[in-house]
Ligand binder design. Structure first.
Ligand SMILES: Cc1cc2nc3c(=O)[nH]c(=O)nc-3n(C[C@H](O)[C@H](O)[C@H](O)COP(=O)(O)O)c2cc1C
Length: 336
């Protein structure tokens, strides 16, 4: 594909753009396809992928994070790590794979990762952060490179950190309005996100600013654009509460019948099995149970029972029994 033939994916996005956040063990190819059908965001991200691991024997296992289908486009691959040479190589690989862009994770707060100087630790290591971004830009050619970050490591450092990043002119900057130390605690500070928008404008950069943190509905994207001037919002955990969060018609997943919700879950199980086989553990699939099986009579009981299972067949049997007890069809119901 040619990136130079027109605008980049970031330039083509509507304002406000609604983006599904990268989430490890959640936003894999399977979940992205389900979300694409349930209510499509303007842009998808992969789970974060170790740039170093891509060039070791671990490539086979880590490579599944970069698997995608046409239905999931436009899609950005997210990488992490702290070796510039591997960023350069990873960017080339990702471009060849046909991704619409590359994103660098400078926000993950996991202690074991920060201790090694990766992700949000880079907020306090600007010379390496610069090297990594420049290496990615060089390797990416015409493919756009963006950064996802937080407003500080231990304390709020929005202005220093984000003006430094903006100097490097990334195609987009996603700002999660919390410090790394805050993890997911408290509320995201959108005034700090607005500060980045103001910085971008003062500096006269074209970088798209995407706000992230606690967005829970479709209309909130418009509100955030109005109040804080962002070009778009990124939604993470909000998708677990309402699988239809990206639907313009305002329909809520919670309003579906139990049969329809079970249909969605079954479709996820089928796709998961078909796509990953033994490559991803059944136990990881259980993370999704509560996203689908919710807000109907005896749903909590059903969730508890599914959480006790250890194989697809067991879960399938449980669902069949549940539906039979309700006198409803056993066949899966899923929107075509
Ligand atoms: C289970 C889970 C996994 C995550 N994995 C990633 C990841 O791989 N890369 C990343 O940049 N952020 C990751 N995040 C952070 C989210 O992308 C997002 O920044 C954060 O959840 C705040 O947004 P929210 O309030 O809409 O959930 C993850 C979050 C969760 C809950």
């Amino acid at each position: 594909m040619s990136y130079s033939a027109g605008k980049t994916v970031w330039e083509r996005l509507p304002r406000p753009a609604r983006i599904l956040a990268p989430m490890e063990d959640v936003t894999d190819s399977v979940f992205r396809r389900i979300v694409a059908r349930a209510g499509r965001p303007d842009l998808f991200f992969t789970e974060f992928t170790g740039a170093d691991a891509l060039f070791t024997k671990a490539r086979r296992s880590v490579g599944k994070r970069l698997q995608f289908t046409a239905e999931e486009r436009p899609i950005i691959a997210q990488i992490w790590g702290n070796n510039p040479e591997n960023y350069f190589r990873a960017a080339g690989l990702i471009r060849e794979m046909g991704f619409d862009g590359l994103d660098i994770n400078m926000g993950c707060p996991m202690k074991k990762i920060i201790r090694k100087g990766h992700c949000s630790a880079l907020i306090e290591n600007r010379s390496l952060a610069r090297e990594l971004i420049l290496a990615a830009i060089e390797g990416a050619g015409e493919m756009p490179v963006s950064v996802k970050t937080r407003i500080g490591l231990h304390s709020v450092k929005t202005a220093e950190w984000c003006s430094f990043l903006l100097e490097l002119s990334p195609a987009a900057l996603t700002v999660h309005g919390r410090t790394s130390a805050q993890q997911s605690e408290g509320c995201a500070d959108w005034n700090e996100v607005a500060r980045v928008v103001a910085l971008r404008d003062e500096m006269g950069r074209a970088t798209r600013i995407i706000g992230n943190g606690d967005v829970r509905s479709y209309v909130e994207a418009d509100e955030k654009r109005e109040r804080f001037g962002v070009d778009g919002v990124m939604v993470g955990r909000g998708i677990f509460e309402n699988l239809f969060i990206f639907r313009k018609d305002g329909r809520n997943y919670g309003a579906l019948s139990a049969e329809e919700k079970i249909g969605y879950f079954r479709r996820h199980m089928e796709l998961y099995h078909e796509t990953w086989g033994e490559r991803r553990n059944y136990e990881v699939l259980k993370k999704f149970v509560q996203t689908y099986i919710r807000e109907f009579e005896r749903s909590t009981e059903l969730v508890d029972a599914i959480m006790q299972t250890h194989a697809y067949e067991e879960a399938d049997e449980l669902l069949d029994r549940f539906l039979a007890e309700r006198g409803r069809p056993v066949a899966p119901v899923f929107p075509a």
